[in-house]
Design a protein around this ligand. Structure first.
Ligand SMILES: Cc1cc2nc3c(=O)[nH]c(=O)nc-3n(C[C@H](O)[C@H](O)[C@H](O)COP(=O)(O)OP(=O)(O)OC[C@H]3O[C@@H](n4cnc5c(N)ncnc54)[C@H](O)[C@@H]3O)c2cc1C
Length: 272
């Protein structure tokens, strides 16, 4: 089936075209969309492209960073203001993928993909949707209803920058290094006040249908000094309330077994 390509200069126009058709897909970097086209995916017949340069910019706004949804992983790695996200963007695919893969596309990537979305979830990012229904929402809400946003255009993501970069940690567990996809990824924001954790956010990738928060772990850490005993207690709750999937990389049982080990290393500051 032929696929029609529509190119727009302004984000509002692209958003309108996308929301008007269930058989249209927005084209970010195309690492997943073009793979679907090549595989003969019949679920869409129109590709929407956007040329607006604002869509690919990163700018500071107060204590946060506004990242255009069209910003690539390579651009994130190269941006000084986004240095806290560089360790995440750097482990997404190989160089060719990072040159194309966008922030917006990563929010929709499912299964073993979506590493950046996991980091953004832990950081408490906000997602801005474009068009007539333009609005902002916490990334938790966006991810929960992700399927409902299939015809919405993500314009940008606003990320609070951690005051102390050491309070944000990320690890990607994969079978093949350096380019393998995630068997599991874990991101943690561990702000401290008076030597105790306050406002912890811990997120997993590849542990459910979409990036999700480890609420039991967050609760266990709250108000605690980040010492060995608190880390052990939190790690023991690594998969509390979570049903990890079985896929080609690992079984649900295996994920549940190793989640606590990787979480413990991350909380203890042992990055690998
Ligand atoms: C070989 C290979 C290795 C990969 N490795 C990784 C990895 O290690 N980690 C990882 O996280 N991912 C990985 N990916 C998946 C993918 O490359 C990334 O998740 C990437 O960020 C997706 O972005 P994209 O711009 O290419 O998305 P696209 O393919 O352009 O789009 C993906 C989906 O998102 C929608 N979309 C894109 N942008 C927007 C927007 N602004 N608004 C609304 N909808 C939008 C599209 O319509 C489509 O449904 C890999 C992919 C491949 C092919």
């Amino acid at each position: 089936m032929p696929v029609k390509v529509e190119t727009y200069d302004r984000v509002e126009e692209a958003a309108r075209a996308l929301s008007a058709s269930r058989s249209a897909r927005f084209l970010g970097g195309g690492t997943l969309v073009m793979r679907a086209v090549n595989a003969g995916d019949q679920s869409f017949d129109t590709i929407i492209r956007l040329r607006d340069p604002d869509f690919r910019t990163i700018r500071m706004q107060g204590d946060g960073l506004v990242i255009g949804a069209g910003v690539t992983m390579a651009a994130l790695v190269a941006n000084r203001d986004a240095v806290f996200l560089a360790p995440v963007a750097r482990v997404i695919g190989g160089p060719a993928i990072r040159n194309m893969a966008t922030v917006g596309g990563n929010l929709f990537a499912s299964g073993n993909y979506g590493d950046l979305a996991v980091a953004l979830l832990a950081l408490g990012a906000t997602v801005q949707l474009a068009g007539s229904g333009s609005r902002s929402m916490p990334i938790d809400e966006f991810l929960r209803d992700r399927d409902r946003h299939a015809t919405s255009l993500v314009q940008s993501v606003t990320v609070p920058r951690p005051r102390d970069p050491a309070t944000f940690r990320f690890t990607k567990v994969s079978r093949v290094k350096p380019k393998g996809v995630s068997l599991m990824s874990i991101a943690a924001l561990l702000p401290q006040s008076g030597g105790r954790v306050q406002g912890a956010r811990v997120a997993y990738g590849a542990m459910g249908p979409m990036p999700l928060r480890a609420i039991a772990v967050e609760r266990a850490l709250e108000g605690q000094a980040l010492d060995a005993a608190a880390i052990d207690r939190a790690a023991a709750l690594a998969v509390e309330g979570i049903a990890p999937p079985t896929d080609a990389l690992a079984s649900s049982w295996y994920r549940a077994e190793v989640a606590g080990v990787h979480l413990k290393r991350l909380l203890a500051g042992e990055r690998r």
